[in-house]
Design a binder for this molecule. Structure first.
Ligand code: ADP
Ligand code: MG
Length: 250
């Protein structure tokens, strides 16, 4: 049997993908590197790789049990997981429950405004272009998705939001917004891919009222709020406790 030498397939800002002996499986390594504002701001968050990998593994695995097809296979190390190789759709799907970040900047809505219903947005996954907001017609124009795939993404996004809102509420965390990515496997099936972590969600601690103290996500890094490691650690502890509680009930 010839030994497989893992080959670096792609290095992104937060993760590195390696090939495995199985061409349909990739090994994802989560880095401590942190970037913001399209990589204009760079830094490290001690232990982030392990925390994000562990949080993402727990959430993806739980979503899978709730009927969401994901790329997750297995967490093999604190900072490594095996995933199904997919062709990533070059669109970042953002779901918002409360106004924050670019939505406030672009619309003038006050930060913290509770949206009457979840807002699903599509951004072009293209760092050189600055990940611009897409209209549905532009998505179709660029032939990034078919009309049928677009309907499916919208449906998945809302279902994932509902599930995650409930999950985080039981962790005493408010899910403000999040970004997800999807890909297609070799049969064309759409899978939820990439990660769900405090790097990709806005999470507010319901046990804190202070608008800075309650932030448990990458906004602590973006806005230099300090105590980033603690915040991620608290998210990890609450997510793992919630997963255990749900398992003991099952
Ligand atoms: P980026 O700098 O683009 O945000 P990351 O470091 O977050 O990159 O992740 C590395 C890359 O891996 C991303 O481009 C992401 O779309 C891609 N990716 C995530 N899951 C999978 C998968 N299952 N198969 C193939 N590529 C994936
Ligand atoms: Mg990324």
């Amino acid at each position: 049997m010839s030994e497989h030498h893992p080959e670096k397939r792609y290095e992104g800002k937060a993760k590195i993908l390696y090939s495995t002996a199985d061409p349909d499986v990739l090994l994802t390594y989560f880095k401590d590197d942190a970037t913001a504002f399209n990589a204009q701001k760079k830094g490290t968050i001690q232990g982030k790789g392990e925390m994000n990998c562990t949080i993402a593994a727990a959430l993806l695995q739980w979503l899978e049990t709730q009927g969401i097809p994901t790329h997750f296979i297995e967490q093999t190390k604190a900072d490594e997981m095996l995933v199904k190789a997919v062709k990533i759709l070059p669109v970042e799907v953002v779901v918002r429950n409360i106004a924050a970040g670019s939505l406030c900047k672009q619309t003038g809505l006050a930060q913290g405004t509770v949206l009457p219903q979840p807002l699903v947005e599509f951004y072009l996954k293209d760092d050189d272009l600055g990940d611009p907001l897409l209209t549905r017609d532009r998505l179709m124009l660029l032939q990034i998705v078919t009309a049928e795939q677009l309907a499916r993404l919208q449906d998945y996004a809302l279902r994932i939001n509902g599930l995650m809102q409930g999950f985080f509420a039981r962790c005493q965390i408010t899910l403000v917004d999040f970004k997800i990515e999807f890909g297609t496997d070799k049969t064309g099936t759409i899978l939820l891919a990439d990660e769900i972590s405090p790097d990709t969600c806005r999470l507010w601690d319901q046990t804190e009222t202070d608008p800075n103290l309650r932030v448990m996500d990458k906004d602590r890094f973006r806005q230099d709020l300090g105590n980033i490691e603690n915040a991620y650690q608290t998210v990890q502890a609450r997510v793992l406790a919630q997963v255990q509680q749900l398992q003991s009930l099952a």
